[in-house]
Write a protein that binds this ligand. Sequence first.
Ligand code: HEC
Length: 137
Amino acid sequence: MLKLLILIIFPLNLLIANDYILQRQDSMQKFNKLMRSANQMIKNSEINEDLSQIYTDIENIMTEYPTLFPDDSFKGKTKASEDIIANRDKFNEISLETAEIARLASLASLNNDIELLQQSHQNLFSTCKSCHSRFKN
Ligand code: HEC
């Protein structure tokens, strides 16, 4: 009976871990696409509520992001560095900072504050490298 349970639970664990991996990769692909859309809109001077909503979507993605890295989700098809486990504070801090920058960009779009918008949009792009260089293999 115990053996049977282990046989069932072990693959289930792997499946759940794999689900986190797929979710966080999906989040990143969305983040990437949203940034491209924002780029395009800024280029076309479409500073409006839709642009603001794009940054709100990014804010929401990055607020949830740190919850997608449980300790047992670093095996298999993931590029996430195990450094995340040992440095959760730093990882959470970068995620939170990114969410805050996105919130600023969202407000800037609503207020038609072009200078703040461009600054925060640039800062959002800088977060990719600062997080990847440290926490992505
Ligand atoms: C807080 C940390 C963090 C930030 C900020 C961040 N990333 Fe990532 N990114 C990761 C990690 C960790 C992975 C690896 C996830 C995995 O494979 O499990 C990743 C993976 C990716 C992937 C590959 C997804 C896939 O399908 O495997 C893309 C694309 C990506 N990031 C784009 C971006 C872009 C563009 C930005 C900035 C605009 C960004 N990321 C900002 C941590 C971050």
